[in-house]
Design a binder for this molecule. Structure first.
Ligand code: SF4
Length: 230
């Protein structure tokens, strides 16, 4: 497991908590619009220096009275078996932990939640479940994703979110995703940004008009306690 990066302070990644964000390298999906090539493209992962585990824990020990939370994201953190020990060690320092995941490893989510190691989980829904191959370049079984959705909905605090991508999603797709996860605590609609993408062809695509996102939100917001556009 390679720690690809550390953002020492974030006031937006963990709702309501000053946090740091730990980026784990490697991902099992191949989303062309992914804005973290340094964490998902093999050659870029290899050439990045990364951060040693000891360095991370030295930092966390020093900030224990300053930060409330640690966000673990990627890449996809749950592809690493060592994730369990990493989170346990962070929790032992007294931090709240938020895990960002694409939901493809319900076994890891269950292990962590059974051990009471997850304070908040954010799951990205990439497409209606039957359209994952087309959207992400990788087949993912709908039942695997449904297991993760159900486990996450049992947690005390969580969110689902979808980045809406031109050329990948139509309005109907987002409404289908909303029906899949309803009812739920939070669902966020995130507009696409073309600043940095794994597949260069996405750099020419423009974000959707905010009005379009508002229209979708109007049709689904009653399914959720909170439904917002980011
Ligand atoms: S967007 Fe997320 S799931 Fe997709 S390739 Fe990037 S890190 Fe992996």
């Amino acid at each position: 497991m390679k720690i690809g990066g550390l953002q020492k302070l974030s006031l937006i990644d963990y709702p309501g908590k000053p946090a740091c964000t730990v980026f784990l390298s490697g991902c099992n999906l191949k989303c062309g619009w992914c804005h973290s090539p340094q964490l998902v493209v093999d050659e870029k992962i290899e050439s990045s220096p990364g951060i040693k585990r000891d360095q991370l824990f030295d930092f966390l020990k020093k900030r224990v009275n300053v930060l409330d939370g640690v966000v673990i994201c990627g890449g996809e953190p749950t592809i690493h078996d060592q994730l369990f020990e990493l989170i346990k060690e962070i929790k032992d320092l007294g931090y709240a932990v938020k895990l960002d995941t694409n939901g493809t490893n319900p076994e890891m989510i269950k292990r962590l939640s059974d051990a009471d190691l997850l304070d908040y989980v954010a799951m990205d829904l990439k497409a209606p479940l039957e359209k994952y191959k087309k959207a992400t370049g990788v087949s993912v079984s709908s039942s695997v994703l449904r297991k993760s959705i159900a486990l996450i909905k049992d947690l005390q605090d969580y969110e689902f979110r979808t980045t809406i991508i031109p050329g990948i999603h139509e309005k109907r797709d987002i409404i289908d995703i909303a029906h899949e996860i309803r009812p739920a605590k939070r669902y966020y609609l995130q507009n696409f940004r073309n600043k940095r993408t794994v597949d260069d062809s996405f750099k020419d695509k423009k974000a959707f008009d905010k009005k379009f996102l508002k229209k979708i939100k109007g049709e689904i917001e009653d399914f959720f306690e909170i439904c917002e556009i980011r």
